[in-house]
Design a protein. Structure first.
Length: 298
């Protein structure tokens, strides 16, 4: 709360009765205290309650407190189910966000930890609404190259469900899916689901021109990412691209989409024998044609 604005620090200092707390809060509210305020609050992600515990002499009237606390931000989640497979349902794939602060305090994301705390038996009202995302639903005739490490696999679970149902009644275009996670043991999300579509002529099977490739980043000393798998299967990537494939990229790492783009530039250049700048232009044209989509968050 102190960090939400220097003004909050001033208001708190007004209500502090202990002199040392008043001084500290006034320092946080001053231009000289800005860096320390950032360290104390933003870097450590202190909650309102923790700040009030650190400054127990602050006896703020409730009406003031309510005005100082910023309203909760809504959180966006990709829809990870197909309406064809689950009419009247919307599935989400949510990872429990957790990290350790510079002062070694364990922190958890507010919304993801709250969702994780709910029990399926509980009947609870969760305010939610729909917003158009940046990954348009692909027609069944469009070949796809999907890149979705971690929770980035969420929208693609829906795509695969949809295509699997469409493939029962008609022909569908091939799909290559590059998935990545930290460890095979702990966070291989929807393992059985992907593997089931990889077998018996499923939509990810080689028989259908598809493929499913996983990069486990922390199962060996050196990092293996989705880009490495794309390099390994670059011929397949290129063949699908020249057959009109669209590229869809989703995930929580802000750096991942640009790394994947650089890898695609290398693949296009190497496989086509064209210089790098032509490959860059080729991929830009793909984007202009509405066949290169990214949804990334951090
Ligand atoms: C278009 C879109 C689609 C999304 N789809 C999904 C999805 O399908 N599944 C999903 O799980 N999430 C998805 N997200 C992310 C989701 O909206 C939330 O941001 C996420 O769940 C974390 O929310 P939270 O309230 O748990 O964490 P918060 O309480 O908001 O905490 C997250 C914040 O904590 C800090 N933080 C987190 N990790 C660290 C770290 N290692 N070091 C320092 N600070 C850190 C950062 O400031 C970060 O912004 C999507 C986001 C967008 C914009
Ligand atoms: N408690 C847990 O076990 C656990 C597990 C997963 C996630 N989480 C939490 O959930 C949040 C979101 O998780 P998530 O599953 O969406 O993502 P994530 O686990 O943070 O990342 C998914 C995969 O992408 C890799 N990656 C990182 N940078 C990349 C890059 N530039 N290019 C390509 N791949 C890259 C990661 O590898 P590296 O991370 O090894 O570099 C990991 O293998 C995380 O930030 C974390 O807080 C917790």
């Amino acid at each position: 709360m102190v960090s939400s604005s220097n003004g909050s620090g001033s208001v708190m200092s007004f209500f502090a009765t202990a002199e040392h707390e008043k001084d500290r809060l006034q320092y946080f509210a001053s231009p000289e205290g800005r860096d320390d305020l950032y360290q104390y609050n933003l870097k450590e992600r202190r909650t309102v309650l923790e700040v009030l515990e650190d400054f127990p002499s602050v006896q703020m009237p409730f009406e003031w407190l309510v005005q100082l606390v910023p309203p909760l931000k809504p959180r966006a989640f990709s829809i990870s189910s197909s309406p064809l497979a689950h009419p009247n349902q919307v599935h989400l794939t949510v990872n429990l966000v957790s990290w350790t602060t510079p002062y070694k305090r364990k922190r958890e994301g507010l919304c993801s930890s709250w969702l994780a705390s709910l029990s399926p038996e509980q009947c609870i009202y969760v305010p939610a609404w729909f917003q158009k995302g940046s990954l348009p639903s692909p027609p069944s005739s469009l070949p796809l190259i999907l890149v979705g490490p971690g929770t980035g696999c969420a929208p693609f679970r829906g795509f695969i469900e949809e295509r699997a149902i469409q493939s029962v009644t008609g022909s569908t275009a091939p799909v290559l899916f590059f998935f990545g996670c930290r460890n095979e043991e702990n966070d291989f999300l929807y393992r059985d689901f992907w593997l089931s579509h990889l077998q018996n002529g499923g939509v990810l099977s080689e028989a259908k021109g598809g493929g499913f490739y996983v990069a486990f980043s922390r199962d060996q000393p050196q990092k293996v990412y989705v880009q490495h798998k794309m390099q390994e299967y670059s011929e397949r990537v290129w063949n699908l691209l020249i057959n009109g494939a669209a590229v869809y990229i989703a995930g929580s790492s802000t750096k991942m989409p640009s790394d994947v783009l650089s890898t695609l530039e290398e693949i296009v250049s190497r496989e086509s024998g064209a210089p790098k700048d032509s490959a860059v232009r080729w991929l830009r044209a793909l984007e202009k044609a509405g066949k290169y989509h990214v949804e990334a968050w951090s």
